[in-house]
Design a protein around this ligand. Structure first.
Ligand SMILES: [Zn+2]
Ligand SMILES: [Zn+2]
Length: 324
């Protein structure tokens, strides 16, 4: 089968057709990938901002069809359409039990378990997934079954960007009706955050992006204003996933006197078992535009071109049509 391998940091992905999988173990699911979104975190794994280890199959935003299940798997069966979650929700660890399934303690184990074999060498997939591949093996806890009538390219976006962005607005920031919101960056996550703010009832939504062509786009998704970073004081730095070595400084008095809060948002603070179906219901109700976020469709072989287009600010989301 085909898969896109990152052999070393800062190298282009190597799309090969001689990749195989390890044997399917108990509690695991063998999935045929149909659609994979290309997310900026894939580039962050490529350049080392997000430590993923090499070699590694990239891709963490995908949807597909269950091909086979391992012993003891009860929640899905062959033929089921599923979203792949880059953080599983085991429902038994401390993080899951206290309502932070986005930090599920089984995440690390999933991330370090190798499931791909290339040239006789075993390797893992990004975050334990690796959706830039025609097939994959992941734990049962990391798949969420979806309605068969929803197109899988729509479903795939929910695997990362949409859950992260809408979740940041609804779960992490808990935006209330009438709020004023600024969203910095109008890629897949930012556009999703704008939509989340709109769904939550924000009165003003300011989209901030250096690429001017994205300003009208952002307004189509619910932004009421759109500006370049230079037009807003204090919004002049890059944001997103930072490196371990990057530190943030801020004015301690302002934090106190403005009663300000700084919050991280991992996977939009989502519980994938609750939020994936919730987001797809919002889509079905016409309140969340997912089709409009897909700017380009391309084959797996063009993954490096998809990376270039994303970094050039040409797309909201490129979707790789991996299989059928
Ligand atoms: Zn857990
Ligand atoms: Zn992502």
């Amino acid at each position: 089968m085909k898969a896109a391998v990152l052999w070393d940091l800062n190298k282009e992905l190597d799309v090969r057709d001689d990749v195989s999988l390890t044997d399917l173990g108990p509690g695991e699911v063998h999935v045929k990938i149909v659609s994979s979104g290309v997310c900026h975190s894939d580039v962050s794994a490529q350049n080392g901002t997000i430590p993923s280890g090499t070699p590694c199959v990239l891709g963490h935003e995908g949807a597909g069809i269950v091909k086979e299940v391992g012993a003891g798997v009860t929640e899905v069966a062959a033929g089921d359409p599923v979203i792949l979650a880059f953080t599983p929700a085991c429902r038994t660890c401390k993080a899951c039990l206290r309502g932070q399934a986005n930090l599920c303690e089984t995440m690390l184990q999933m991330a370090i378990t190798p499931h791909f074999i290339v040239d006789g060498k075993q390797m893992g997939g990004m975050t334990g997934l690796g959706t830039f591949a025609e097939e994959m093996i992941i734990p049962e806890n990391a798949v969420v079954k979806v309605d068969p009538d929803i197109p899988l390219e729509i479903v795939s976006l929910v695997g990362c960007g949409v859950t992260t962005g809408v979740g940041a607005a609804i779960n992490t920031a808990a935006i209330s009706p009438g709020s004023s919101v600024a969203v910095i960056g109008c890629g897949g996550v930012g556009i999703s955050a704008i939509q989340g703010a709109r769904i939550a009832g924000a009165a003003e939504i300011v989209a901030v992006d250096p690429v001017e062509s994205k300003h009208d786009l952002a307004k189509n998704f619910g932004a009421t204003h759109a500006v370049k970073p230079d037009d807003i004081d204090g919004v002049k730095n890059d944001v997103g996933v930072g490196r371990i070595t990057e530190e943030i400084t801020f004015n301690a008095f302002e934090l106190f006197y403005g009663d300000k809060t700084l919050k991280g948002s991992m996977y939009g603070g989502a519980n994938v078992r609750v939020d994936f179906p919730r987001l797809l219901r919002l889509w079905k109700a016409g309140k969340l535009d997912l089709e409009g976020m897909i700017t380009r469709r391309m084959p797996l072989e063009d993954v490096n071109e998809a990376f270039r287009a994303m970094q050039a600010g040409e797309v909201i989301r490129s979707v790789l049509e991996v299989g059928r």
